[in-house]
Design a protein around this ligand. Structure first.
Ligand code: SF4
Length: 241
């Protein structure tokens, strides 16, 4: 199917570079590609990852310089808004973000409750987009399959909705079986994201995936709400093939 413009891309196509001042994550998602990468290849070739995927702060990264127009994905090798991350680390990263107002910084978490706590500060950052991964809207399915130790999708949706005027995005990747296209799209639309990425798992994790027809309907319904949707790996569910 030749529908997906970004099919097969593992990174968000808007991103021009990544920056990892905070790494590691304790959510334990079964499909985590960064943990796999860190615990295998990167651990042995980069001193930065010598402690594996344990949360770590990399002070030396704070001296990085960014150009106007760059689109920087911050901490793609972890979740820098996990509950375990000291607020001081987050604030020091945000200090750097403030110094480069013409660069766009993208954050992505499975713990947007932390955004909610910090929203009085975060709303000052107009060059930052605060994203949440919301792979489904079915809490039971998510917990029942032990997909991740992160907060439930419902809580993530609720926290993202409550962020008011912050710049926001949603990543529905890897997409997991969801209630129905209309309901899930409405819940995402209530978040008022600038854009949404949708994509299937790239790593053959045999997740409980929705059928392709349902995902395509979700994408169309999101667009009917006026949301910019970027398609990543869009394919049949593994069990349909
Ligand atoms: S939240 Fe992201 S970094 Fe953390 S375990 Fe899950 S996929 Fe990996």
């Amino acid at each position: 199917m030749a529908r997906s413009r970004y099919a097969g891309s593992r990174m968000f196509h808007l991103v021009t570079r990544t920056w990892n001042p905070i790494t590691g994550c304790l959510h334990g998602c079964v499909y985590c590609w960064s943990r796999r990468l860190v615990e295998t290849r990167l651990r042995w070739i980069t001193r930065k990852y010598r402690h594996g995927f344990k949360p770590a702060f990399h002070e030396e990264e704070l001296s990085e310089l960014f150009k106007p127009g760059e689109f920087v994905f911050v901490s793609d090798m972890g979740d820098m808004f996990g509950d375990w991350v000291p607020e001081e680390w987050i604030m020091r990263v945000l200090d750097v973000v403030r110094r480069f107002p013409k660069t766009t910084f993208l954050f992505l978490t499975k713990n947007p409750r932390r955004y909610h706590v910090l929203k009085g500060t975060l709303c000052l950052y107009r060059n930052a987009i605060f994203g949440a991964t919301i792979e489904t809207d079915i809490d039971d399915l998510y917990a029942g399959h032990r997909i991740s130790g992160a907060t439930t999708p419902s809580e993530r949706i609720q926290c993202m909705r409550s962020l008011g005027a912050l710049r926001k995005m949603v990543s529905i990747e890897p997409v997991i079986e969801f209630s129905n296209p209309k309901t899930f799209a409405e819940r995402v639309a209530e978040i008022e994201p600038e854009f949404v990425y949708v994509g299937y798992d790239n790593y053959n994790n045999k997740l409980p995936e929705p059928p392709l027809s349902k995902t395509l309907e979700l994408i169309d319904t999101l667009r009917s709400h006026g949301i910019e949707v970027y398609e990543k790996t869009i394919r049949k569910a593994w069990w349909e093939q």
